[in-house]
Design a binder for this molecule. Structure first.
Ligand code: ADP
Length: 321
């Protein structure tokens, strides 16, 4: 006959610290803590535990219940005053760079107007699955699970949602089964209208990263984005200057199609941190189009993204608790 300690000993190598067991006569009841495990692994673990218990002499019935703890997680919003400044590019590479620095990071593409993360992250065409009415993020080749508005609607379908509807859709993405991810990078829709405000108010990101090009006009828009977060009482982590300076791949000459340094000066004037600049580089556009974000590689652009991510990481550490 099997006693409780023999049952626990049999389960230990399979469920290391995850199983709480009870034994009543021939019936074993096992509570399995599956926090942070992907769904497929949970099922395998449950089947293995069940089989191991049933193999013991005198055990005729095995009941297994899965539990999982909600991991406290923080949202980092990536925003811009207008479209086309590289907000999505920065969000994708920031998520990858934060993940490479040892965090558990997920990526939410909340850009209802032009969800581009599935393409950027190399998983275009993959639909998100649901389990028990909860969405399951899509695994990407870069260790950063992703959920995108683009996975909720048919491709190319323009979405003219109002604020509350968009915020509701974002809730579905934010309340998905993110497993162990403790940091969710959110690619917000461009602009500073009601949709953005409702999303921010409802989901209260821990902080916001604002992306701008060095041009005056883009910077004026970025200032509006900063105001938007101030209105919702969300701290701005800092400003990123994208498309800053261009080095010709052929002759090596440096030029400044959108100027350079404008965002740094603006950040200083506004009293917010400047997080760094990303050069305008053919390699960034090509890598993005190919679904291989630069931060996942070792090119010169990777370093720029990793430096920005390091600053965001320090900011998060200082805010811990
Ligand atoms: P947004 O999210 O602000 O609309 P995207 O991230 O989609 O902007 O970028 C718009 C376009 O500019 C994309 O084609 C992208 O590949 C390109 N792009 C973004 N940043 C850079 C950069 N630093 N160098 C070259 N191309 C860039």
């Amino acid at each position: 006959m099997t006693d409780l300690s023999a049952l626990q000993a049999a389960l230990a190598p399979i469920a290391a610290g995850r199983a709480t067991t009870r034994l009543e006569g021939a019936r074993a009841s096992i509570i399995l803590d599956v926090t942070g495990l992907p769904p497929a692994v949970r099922e395998v673990l449950e089947a293995d535990v069940r089989a191991a218990a049933l193999a013991l002499p005198g055990i005729e019935e095995v009941r297994v219940a899965q539990t999982s703890e909600r991991v406290g997680r923080r949202l980092i919003a990536v925003a811009s005053g207008k479209g086309g400044v590289g907000k999505s590019t920065v969000a994708a590479n920031l998520a990858i760079a934060l993940s490479r620095s040892g965090r558990q990071v997920g990526l939410i593409d909340a850009d209802i107007y032009g969800p581009s993360q599935p393409k950027l992250m190399g998983v275009e065409g993959t639909r998100a699955q649901a389990r028990d009415k909860q969405l399951l993020p899509v695994d990407t080749p870069y260790g950063v699970p992703l959920l995108s508005m683009g996975q909720l609607v048919a491709p190319g379908q323009a979405i003219a949602w109002r604020g509350p509807m968009a915020a509701g859709a974002l809730s579905q993405l934010a309340d998905a089964d993110w497993g162990l991810s403790d940091t969710l990078v959110v690619d917000l829709p461009p602009g500073t209208g009601d949709v953005q405000l409702t999303m921010i108010q409802k989901h209260k990101p821990a902080g916001a990263v604002i992306v701008s090009t060095p041009q005056d006009l883009a910077l004026i828009d970025a200032t509006r984005a900063i105001d938007l977060f101030a209105k919702a009482d969300v701290p701005v982590i800092g400003l990123v200057e994208n498309m800053s300076g261009y080095v010709c791949p052929h002759c090596g000459e440096a030029s400044e199609p959108f100027g350079m340094g404008g965002a740094e000066a603006a950040a200083a004037k506004l009293g917010i941190p400047f997080l760094g600049r990303i050069p305008l580089a053919m390699a960034v556009r090509q890598a993005s189009d190919a679904g291989t974000p630069p931060a996942a590689g070792n090119g010169p652009e990777a370093a720029a993204f990793h430096e920005i991510a390091a600053q965001v990481g320090h900011w998060l550490d200082r805010r811990q608790g």
